[in-house]
Structure formats: C-alpha cells, structure tokens
Ligand binder design. Structure first.
Ligand SMILES: Nc1ncnc2c1ncn2[C@@H]1O[C@H](COP(=O)(O)OP(=O)(O)O)[C@@H](O)[C@H]1O
Ligand SMILES: CC(=O)N[C@@H](CCC(=O)OP(=O)(O)O)C(=O)O
Length: 312
C-alpha cells in the first residue's frame, strides 16, 4: 500500500467521492479491505466521502418477504412497500455495516442519508423507454444538494457514509439510485474525483460479447454512447457524465472485486474507465479547497489506523 503514497500526495486536500456498489460488496474480506483503503486515503490527507449502494442486498430482503424485484433502465420500480424495504436495508443494514468497518480503525465514519440535514432533495424520476416516460413509482432524482453537513463532517476529519435516500419537497421519501446520488454529491462538493466501484473491470465496449474495457473517454464521447447502454451501466455512466459536467475533474468506473482496488487506482496509470470533461482541465493544485484549511487534522484515536490498514 505504501507505493500509493507518492501518487496520493498530488491529491492531498482533495475531496474524493467513492461509490461502493452493492455488487462490489461480495465478501467480508473485500468490504474490510475497502474500509481500510478509505481510512488510508483519509490518512494520506484526502477527504473521502462514501456513497454506498445495496441493490443485491435489497433484492435478497425483498425475496425473503416474498416481494418482487423489477428494474426499468437500471432503476428499481419502487412501490411504497418496496420503499420501506429499500430504506431499511440501505440505512439500517448496509450503511451501518460500512460505518462499523471504517470505525474499526478510528472514530471516522458518520452515517447519514440524503434526508439528514436535507443534504439531498429529491424529485420524482420517470424512466424513459422508447422515448416514452414510464412511471416507476417512488424513484427519485436529485433536485438539489445542500453540502454543508458533509463539508462540516469533512472539516472535522470524519468520513461521511451516505445512503441514497432523499425526501422530496412534497414530503415523500424517494429511492435514489446510488450512482445518481454519488454523482450529484460529487458535483455539489466540487470533488476532484468520483470513483465508482462495481463488479466489472470498467465500461466494456461490446458488452456482453467482449470484455474490452474503454480506458478513457470525454464527456462528449460518453454522451454519444449513453443511449445504447444496457441496465446497470446506464445510471453509472449517466452519473459519470453528470459529475464531469458539474466540474468533477475525473469520474472512474473501477473493479470493486479487486482487493485494495481503490488504493491501486491512485497508485499508477488509470485502471478501469475514466471519464474526463471536454476541453482542457485545470491542474489538481488549483482546484482544491471545499474543506477549510487547518481543520482537517486527525481525530482522536486515529493513530491506530496505519497498522490496522497494513500500511507498514
Ligand atoms: N457496457 C457494459 N460494460 C460493463 N458492464 C455492463 C455494461 N452494460 C451493462 N453492464 C452490466 O452492469 C453491471 C454493473 O451495474 P450494477 O449491477 O448496477 O452494479 P453496482 O451494484 O455496482 O451499481 C455489470 O455487472 C454488467 O452486468
Ligand atoms: C432507484 C434505484 O435503482 N435505487 C437503487 C438504490 C441502491 C443502489 O443503487 O444500489 P447499487 O449501487 O448496488 O445498484 C435500488 O433500489 O437498488
């Protein structure tokens, strides 16, 4: 892991939003390694923000309850009954588990949903199938973000762990796709990078017939590909596009099945698929600063982490 440090130096002070997909949380060892990587980034002076998914975990719970799982364009059709399960699994199970894993290394992680401090405000989202709007129930898009709570947590040296649930101005609670939530949050925070950890090596050029990964594409190139993308990748790549179009310098899709894949992504040439804005991009150093300087030192108990994260 130490080989990542010189590369990480470039990102000191930068905010990085990391989306941990439900499909990447396949076993306990991977989840524990992910938590170590997040804490390592925090120690290297970055400001990681975790947005987690949990699609397969929601499916399993719906199945136990004898409820159906169905998706349109990669978005879960969400009845009021499904919504209760989504909220319970994301905020009560997956988020709690990740908070616990990160906090094995120090008092860093604080869990929240988009509902907390009105961090995210949702608006009802329709799927579009063959040019027609389709009602998919209580699915939300992100209408607005108030990043002040997340910023305050970062300034206090914490690691926010965010579940993609948000209330609308109508008072209704909505199920927001986690890729969508991560992208919107990255944009609102002025994050340097958005990292999406999933269960494939990146965006495949000819999925499912070939596993050739597209290494790098501009926002304009991605916008042309999006109408032809299949479920699963659709919200993810729409999220990458949204992020780079709202000022994020780099949005990446990475293989979350690789142990310590998150740190490796900082320690060398680009792995996975990278989406960059159209046109020239300012260097990292000139884009710093969503977190007030001098308020990002280690919190109490943080000294245990380097050993725990295997950094020596
Ligand atoms: N062009 C593509 N390249 C790679 N994967 C694709 C592509 N199109 C669809 N997919 C599917 O998208 C899945 C990843 O999305 P998803 O299952 O929603 O993951 P996550 O839980 O990480 O958000 C892959 O496992 C793959 O089955
Ligand atoms: C509207 C919608 O699709 N919400 C998602 C939220 C969780 C999620 O996005 O999880 P992954 O990242 O693991 O796919 C769902 O209900 O599955």
């Amino acid at each position: 892991m130490l080989e990542a440090l010189p590369w990480l130096e470039r990102f000191r002070g930068s905010t990085v939003v990391i989306k941990f997909g439900g499909n990447a949380m396949v076993d306990a060892e991977l989840k524990a390694a992910f938590a170590q990587d997040v804490v390592f980034l925090r120690y290297a002076g970055l400001h990681p923000v975790v947005v987690h998914g949990g699609g397969p975990q929601i499916n399993a719970q719906l199945d136990r309850l004898g409820l159906e799982s169905s998706f349109t364009n990669g978005l879960r059709v969400t009845t009021p009954e499904t919504m209760d399960v989504v909220r319970m699994v994301l905020a009560g199970q997956v988020q709690r588990e990740l908070v616990g894993l990160v906090n094995e290394h120090g008092p860093f992680a604080v869990g929240l949903t988009g509902e907390d401090a009105r961090t995210m405000t949702a608006v009802k989202r329709f799927a579009v199938v063959d040019g027609e709007q389709v009602d998919i129930g209580l699915v939300g898009d992100v209408a607005a973000i108030d990043p002040s709570l997340v910023r305050a947590l970062l300034a206090d040296g914490r690691v926010p762990v965010v579940s993609s649930i948000a209330r609308g101005a109508d008072g209704q609670v909505y199920n927001v796709n986690a890729d969508t939530a991560a992208a919107a949050l990255a944009g609102a925070l002025g994050a340097e990078m958005l990292m999406m950890l999933t269960d494939v090596a990146g965006l495949y050029r000819e999925w499912p017939t070939s596993d050739e990964v597209i290494r790098r594409l501009t926002a304009g190139e991605l916008a042309e590909l999006i109408p032809g993308l299949a479920s699963g990748m659709l919200p993810k790549m729409e999220g990458c596009l949204r992020a780079v179009r709202s000022g994020v310098r780099s949005a990446r899709v990475l293989d979350g099945r690789v142990r310590h894949g998150l740190l490796r992504a900082f320690a060398g040439p680009v792995v996975g698929t990278e989406v960059v804005p159209d046109g020239p991009v300012e260097p990292v150093a000139e884009r710093r600063g969503p977190v007030p300087a001098g308020r990002s030192g280690p919190v109490r108990g943080a000294d245990r982490v380097l050993v725990a994260a295997g950094a020596t």
